[in-house]
Structures are given as structure tokens and as C-alpha cells.
Design a protein around this ligand. Structure first.
Ligand code: HPA
Length: 277
């Protein structure tokens, strides 16, 4: 696992910039099974991750591995269909390479989405949660290692990681569409095994409402780059021990598939609100 270098990022940036010459407003990361959103895009150009210099490859079912550029509701977007996870063996600095690339392309607003397990028992599978704050329990951090001055501060302020204005757009959008949107704390763990029931009980005591294996590194780096961030979890299943069922990735993808229409509508509505700022 080797740290990402500024030279590698520069090469990826030049590769994309040559082909994407229009200004970009919003960056998005689509979580497990949520790639359906890209069907609603008017795509200008798409890059398979394997074509982008130094980009990691996403190896997980449900994570397609494309970087799309185009328009949704008239808003210009850069969309990561599929993300990188720490559990795939990537160095944390490489997990966030896409975020650095989107920022280098001029994007200042980032929407991160994920599939998450439920810890707060008042939530139900198929519902959404606005991420108010997060707990990084992965045991690592994408900013560990050598510092590169051009990447910003080492000691990033995380006291308001999730932007209150964007959160308000999400609340309004959910209200208009009559979609249930909870608000809570997302806890990021390394994975890839799911939690034990004892871990889920512990996370509840720690103040977490939902749990997943992504997002927290992306948000740390987005804040280092002074992007404003909106985070939305799609709640796919009860955490271990909260329901009699065992957990499996197929089920996570299945429920995402079932609810994708709502998810797409929610994101489109939020983008409209960003566009009319
Ligand atoms: N735990 C961790 N990550 C997840 C879960 C879960 O229950 N569901 C979807 N991603």
C-alpha cells in the first residue's frame, strides 16, 4: 500500500482535463447499488476507471467503476459511479483520489452517498438518512503520511464537516417528494466483514445511527480541500442483531434496486436547488 503522490494526481488531472473542457458545479459519489442515478444523466463523457492514470480499480459487485461528466437538471456534474474502499487494500490516500481529482477540476460542492446498516431502531430498510456528522472508526485516516503543501492543511477542522445549507436543501427535497429522510450520525468502519451484534450495540452507545464501510475518508479530504459536503445514506438493512436475519451483500443491492426511483428523484431535486442558489 503506497501513498498517492501529487505527480500521480497531476497525471490523472491532465488526462481528464484535456477531454472535459466545461466548468463543473457538483461532484457526486454513488454508493453500493446506487449507480442507477447515472441513467438520469445527460452524459458528455465517461471514463472507465482503468483508463485514468493511477486510478485504483473498484473490485466490488455493485460498484461499476466509471467517472462520468455531464448534466443533470441543467447542473454540470462529475459523478463517480463506484468508489474505492479501504478494505479493498488501497492505501487511504488512494481511496480518496477521486475526490482530489474532482476538486482539482474545480468542483466545490460534493454529494456523497452510501449504503448503510441501521443502528437506530426507529429507522427502517429502504429509508434515507441525512448524514449530520460522522465517526471515523476505521483506525486510519487519508491524511496520515507525508504532507504535500499543495493539498492543504494537515490538521483539518471537522467541527462542521457536513454543510448546513446543503442539508437544508435535502430536507426540503425530501419534504416535497414525501420521502422519509432521517438525520443522524454515520459511523465508518474498515469492514469488509459486517459487524457483530456486540459491535452494533457498542456503536449505538457511541452515538451512531447508521454504519458503513466508506465515506468518512472522502469527507475528511473534501474538507481539507474546502469543499462543502452533503452526505446521504441509503438504509439497506438492520445492523447485526437488530433483526433475526443474517446480512449479505446481495440483499443490500436488492433493496437499493427497489428504491432507486426515490433515490434518483431526491438527488435530482437537490441538484435543482443547488442550481438555483
Ligand atoms: N454494516 C456495514 N456496512 C453496511 C451495512 C451494514 O450493516 N449495510 C450496508 N453497508
Amino acid at each position: 500500500m503506497e501513498i498517492l503522490t501529487p505527480r500521480e494526481l497531476q497525471e490523472a488531472f491532465h488526462f481528464v482535463r484535456e477531454k472535459v473542457d466545461f466548468p463543473l458545479q457538483v461532484g457526486m459519489v454513488l454508493g453500493s447499488g446506487l449507480g442507477a442515478f447515472t441513467d438520469s444523466m445527460q452524459k458528455a463523457i465517461s471514463f472507465p476507471y482503468r483508463d485514468i492514470p493511477h486510478f485504483p480499480i473498484s473490485t466490488i459487485t455493485g460498484h461499476a467503476g466509471f467517472l462520468h461528466f455531464g448534466f443533470v437538471e441543467g447542473v454540470s456534474v462529475g459523478v463517480m459511479e463506484g468508489r474505492f474502499h479501504y478494505y479493498e487494500g488501497h492505501h487511504p490516500s488512494r481511496v480518496v483520489m477521486g475526490i482530489r481529482l474532482l476538486a482539482a477540476l474545480g468542483i466545490r460542492t460534493l454529494i456523497v452517498t452510501n449504503a448503510a446498516g441501521i443502528i437506530n431502531e426507529s429507522y427502517h430498510p429502504g429509508e434515507f438518512m441525512l448524514i449530520k456528522d460522522h465517526i471515523n472508526l476505521t483506525g486510519n485516516n487519508p491524511l496520515i503520511g507525508p504532507s504535500f503543501a499543495e493539498w492543504g492543511d494537515k490538521f483539518v477542522d471537522m467541527s462542521q464537516a457536513y454543510d448546513p445549507h446543503l442539508a437544508q436543501y435535502a430536507r426540503q427535497a425530501a419534504h416535497e417528494l414525501q420521502i422519509s429522510l432521517h438525520e443522524g450520525v454515520y459511523c465508518g468502519l474498515a469492514g469488509p466483514s459486517y459487524e457483530t451484534p456486540a459491535e452494533i450495540r457498542m456503536l449505538r452507545l457511541l452515538g451512531a445511527d447508521a454504519v458503513g464501510m466508506s465515506t468518512v475518508y472522502e469527507v475528511i479530504v473534501a474538507r481539507q480541500l474546502h469543499m462543502r459536503v452533503l452526505g446521504i445514506s441509503f438504509l439497506t438493512n438492520f445492523g447485526a442483531g437488530l433483526s433475526p436475519k443474517n446480512l449479505d451483500h446481495g440483499e443490500v443491492l436488492e433493496i437499493a434496486q427497489k428504491e432507486k426511483v426515490k433515490f434518483v428523484a431526491l438527488l435530482q431535486n437537490i441538484l435543482q436547488k443547488i442550481d438555483s442558489e
